[in-house]
Design a protein around this ligand. Structure first.
Ligand code: HEM
Length: 509
């Protein structure tokens, strides 16, 4: 007994010592904290908040700053070095996700890998996704990617809503990969998925719902004045259920009838381990499937949308791309993935779109699972870590003239991709143990779509009533949101040759 008391005493002393030691270190710099609310009114809540965070870092002359709000600790990392030191070199302690009362609890997205803390359920989903869409087997999806892209090529010249056509293209591909569903079915499920993704984006925006800061509000009944968020949560939860269950059940039904096409979900269902709890396994499969579907649609669409706008704004870059495509491909040929090494300028265009207009300019928030000391600062346990990806990708030292769309920056004097130039995809797809699981698929889809669109078309501005080119709309959703999506825009896809028309199998484009 006395031995146990001695051990307890030593442990208490150790805890006291480490706490005091932690307190010897200051928090990272940041705005002065008010009593109780701390920095509640300093937290940016409008649009393009990554720019506001970058300005705050400049103001306090630090690549790491701290904000507190109602007991929450928020740390902004504004450089590749701080992000690497904290999220990459301490992967296990920085792999958590902040609790999200609105999204996770009230809307029910808490099981989805992206919102999940780094627990066994999350790791099981990550494992399943890496096995189902392995980066080591990039060719597995090439046929599906090419088929969806050729459908897109046929649609674009007639499209009066480019972003919508891109959404259909991405859904067609990702629904096939995930659930083995064909184009018509993918389109059937698309409206629900888009609504559900919008609701996630709205609910996930920091400061959008007070219930995230004051979780006890979740107990307020729906009829209570001011409890509109509860009604919204119920409607949005219904969208989640429909987005998750409907395509999953369709695959299961086909599997039972023996007519299911190969897919991520089918493989996972076939590998169910009969000796283990099947309910938990089914939940893992369902959540992993919807993560592949949800993670892989809007992100690629936003990047390709931004890229098309950049082409519209930079006709001379299009001409250079056309030149290279003409040299490499025969008349009427459409590009395939085997052309990639010979088309570095197309690769450079894709990289530059990922850099200039990152879809997740603040990455995705991580959390710290223990107190940490970094560079003389105390970083409290449970702090929310926000990597300012936008700042990293607009850093003048790595990318001179960072606000210009300049694919040439990635090319060496031999015209090939220069390995000395920092690859923007290392920041754009997340960090440490939570790095994006679909990066290889996303980059391949982006590459084949850009190569194919530029092979077939010149992207030109809309014409006004007098036939004069109009100034293209190049604007991104002003938010508040954590995502960087282009607003709908109009342009013309002007065919480059008759041979291509024949290759696509269309009469008149
Ligand atoms: C341009 C396209 C894409 C971008 C920019 C992107 C970016 C990201 C980012 C920033 C994260 C969070 C990483 C972190 O927490 O540090 C993430 C997570 C994730 N992404 Fe992607 N992504 C893209 C496409 C895809 C695709 C095509 C898929 C699926 C096939 C996918 C599946 C996922 C999943 C499942 C996660 C959750 C990982 C976790 O929380 O552990 N993503 N992505």
């Amino acid at each position: 007994m006395s031995y146990a008391i001695l051990v307890l005493f030593i442990v208490s002393l150790f805890i006291l010592y480490t706490r005091r030691k932690s307190r010897q270190y200051p928090l990272p710099p940041g705005p002065r904290k008010l009593p109780i609310v701390e920095n509640l009114f300093d937290i940016p809540t409008g649009g393009f908040i990554w720019l506001d965070y970058a300005k705050l870092c400049q103001k306090y002359n630090s690549d790491i700053i701290h904000l507190g709000a109602l007991g929450n600790s928020i740390i902004i990392l504004n450089s590749a070095k701080t992000v690497s030191d904290i999220l990459e070199k301490r992967p296990l302690v920085s792999a958590g996700r902040p609790p999200a009362t609105m999204l996770g609890e009230l809307m029910g997205w808490g099981g989805a890998v992206i919102f999940r803390s780094f627990d066994d359920f999350c790791k099981a989903q990550r494992r399943m996704i890496s096995q189902g869409i392995p980066p080591t087997d990039p060719k597995r999806f090439h046929t599906k990617q090419i088929s969806a892209t050729h459908d897109l090529l046929r649609v674009l010249p007639q499209s009066d809503n480019v972003m919508r056509s891109l959404q259909i293209w991405a859904a067609e591909f990702i629904m096939d990969v995930t659930y083995g569903l064909d184009k018509e079915e993918a389109q059937k499920y698309l409206p629900t998925a888009l609504e559900a993704l919008d609701s996630m984006s709205e609910a996930g925006t920091p400061g959008a719902f007070y219930v995230d800061q004051i979780p006890i509000l979740k107990y307020v009944p729906e009829w209570f004045p001011g409890a509109g968020f509860k009604r919204k949560a119920r409607e949005w939860s219904d969208l989640r259920i429909r987005m998750t269950e409907t395509p999953f059940n369709a695959t299961k039904e086909r599997m039972a009838k023996g007519i299911a096409k190969p897919s991520f979900t089918l493989t996972a269902l076939e590998q169910l381990n009969e000796t283990q709890d099947s309910t938990n396994q089914i939940e893992v499969i369902k959540n992993a499937s919807v993560a592949v579907y949800g993670g892989g649609s809007d992100t690629i669409v936003a990047t390709l949308g931004s890229l098309i706008i950049c082409m519209l704004m930079n006709p001379e870059i299009q001409s250079k791309a056309h030149e290279q495509l003409q040299k490499v491909l025969g008349p009427g040929d459409l590009p395939t993935f085997s052309d990639e090494p010979s088309l570095p300028y197309i690769t450079a265009i894709a990289l530059e779109a990922v850099r200039l207009h990152p879809v997740t300019p603040l990455g995705f928030p991580h959390t710290l699972s223990q107190d940490e000391i970094y560079d003389g600062y105390f970083l409290p346990k449970d702090s929310i870590i926000m990597p300012n990806v936008w700042s990293i990708l607009h850093n003048e030292e790595d990318y001179p003239e960072p606000y210009q769309f300049k694919p040439e920056r990635y090319l060496g004097t031999d015209g090939r991709i220069d390995p000395k130039v920092k690859d923007p995809t290392t920041a754009a797809f997340g960090f440490g143990r939570r790095v994006c699981l679909g990066k290889h698929i996303a980059l391949a889809s982006l590459w084949i779509s850009v190569a194919s669109i530029l092979t077939c078309y010149t992207i030109e501005p809309e014409l006004d009533e007098d036939g004069k080119p109009m100034k293209p709309r190049a604007e991104w959703y002003p938010g508040p949101t954590l995502f960087n999506h282009p607003l709908p825009f109009k342009c013309r896809f002007v065919p480059r040759s008759k041979d291509i028309e024949t290759s696509l199998g269309v009469g008149a484009m």
